[in-house]
Design a protein around this ligand. Sequence first.
Ligand SMILES: C[S@@+](CC[C@H](N)C(=O)[O-])C[C@H]1O[C@@H](n2cnc3c(N)ncnc32)[C@H](O)[C@@H]1O
Length: 251
Amino acid sequence: MRYVDLGPVLLSCNIRPRASWHWQQCSVDLVFTDPNLTNKYIQYRPVPPLTLCKAVVDHVKKSRGDDLGICGDIGCGSGQNTSFYSDYFREVVGVDVSPQQLAMARTATQHLTNVTFKEGSAEQLPFADHSVDLLTCCASVHWFDYTQFYPEVERVLKPGGVLACYSYLVGSIHYDDKVISDNFKENWYSLKPYWPASHYVLWEDYSTLPRLYEDDILISLLKEMGTDDENVPIKHSYNYFLRMWRKPASF
Ligand SMILES: C[S@@+](CC[C@H](N)C(=O)[O-])C[C@H]1O[C@@H](n2cnc3c(N)ncnc32)[C@H](O)[C@@H]1O
């Protein structure tokens, strides 16, 4: 039995995000240095919905045109999100603090000649000033220190460049269209007080991330995955949220 992607469903778009924000100090994540975890991570981590990534590319093209240069995927992990952008950009660079995650990413994407990876941090991006068309953060921005990351975004993005941050919080499992993961979710939610406060933005679908630029949108997408065996009517669903900011086109 294999899980197959049932495709995403657009739930809503252009919701105005709330302005309130409490600045948090985030710490570099040490969880992702455990090779046992990174092995499992590449096997089981859901890939973001392709429709979401296409919406990001279309958004960038509106201000940067069709000939796109550099895409940086920050907190790229094992590269599931990074590889999507190789069809649309001349160069795609995945950046992560974890050498273990980067080793997985390099192996998984070795067939893609325009994709490379750099060990580095969101707080000191390894890009020249005004050189990048798109920065993506898939399930990663809540790990960063925004007080250092946002000035770096401003430094490296070209005018009209885009920062796109997206994630999901937790998936649901359905059997015969009945949700069977309520107990799991209840236990999982009970752990919230033990989360770092900086991760609470996930519970609010990134609507409480600090606003970076005026041009600011929030989109929700439902991703569903089912099995390829019709006798096993199990589905997984994930509610993804995407927040994007466009840097003004003139300085
Ligand atoms: C939840 S994982 C997401 C990985 C991948 N983008 C995905 O979609 O599966 C978060 C990643 O962010 C990386 N990370 C955490 N803090 C970071 C920082 N300050 N700078 C760069 N990467 C960081 C971690 O090493 C980890 O690989």
